[in-house]
Design a protein around this ligand. Sequence first.
Ligand SMILES: [Zn+2]
Length: 306
Amino acid sequence: MENSHPAGQSFPGIGFTSSRWVKCISAQGNVRGVAIQATELIQSMADTHQIRSDSGMRSLGEAVMGALLIASYCKNKERVNLNIQGSGNISQALVDAYPDGVARGYVIERAEPVKGENEGPWGDGYLSVLRTKDGQAEPYIGTVPLITGHLAKDLTFYWLHSEQVPSSVGLAVSIERGKIKAAGGFLVQAMPGASSEELKAMEQHINEIHSVAEEVARNGDPMTLLSQIFQDTTFLVVEERALEFRCNCSWDRVNRALALVGVAELRAMLQEDSAASVQCDFCGKKYEVDAEGLEKLIQARGEPAT
Ligand SMILES: [Zn+2]
């Protein structure tokens, strides 16, 4: 049994340091922002999942950056799980993201989009955010319908509706000849005490950003986006953090999953293939269980393997 990637270790070639987020807060402390540059991160995920279509890469990029934007304001040791179900080219996107800038995720492409009400590429459906904290039994769950099918707009609605925080979100992925040229985004949030003038000015600067993707492509530094949005406000940079594609799948988790498989099914695997293969959806790593391993699992249920 091959087990060359212990949990929590970066895969060679997957970890990247140039993708990052920068977080800031206005000097008065009533508006906060985070800007993200994730070009290499999204490309490495698209390569891992062998996503070739422009729409697949764009959706993966939007979902991963959206989850990272949510995670950027979560407390240490929290985990964000963003789950989007849509009727467009993507039937589902699932992303895990952490406040330390680590993310993993995948999208499931659909051959033909289903005609819906919403104009945006995600179509009709819903997005749900699950926030879990280590050692805490009750996770936080917020679910909203997709009301436009554009993820940035629907996330804005999520923050207002589910977390009661007025927010502005931008997400952009630009693709050239099958490669991601730029992936970036931002989130700006009004904290209690923000004045309407302040917010109006921010909103105007956000509207002036012609294209987030173009800005990111021109200058990979997320600071550029923040400087534009906060241009007439003094702001303090509170964090700059490298983003990383990392999966925490492990033999431990695979064994726990196999422990839920019924004896009859394990017997069938043993008889048909003398082995079982479990593939991680998030990173593609294959876990092979040989005949001996399957027999052990069957015996563990207290029944002879014959
Ligand atoms: Zn994995």
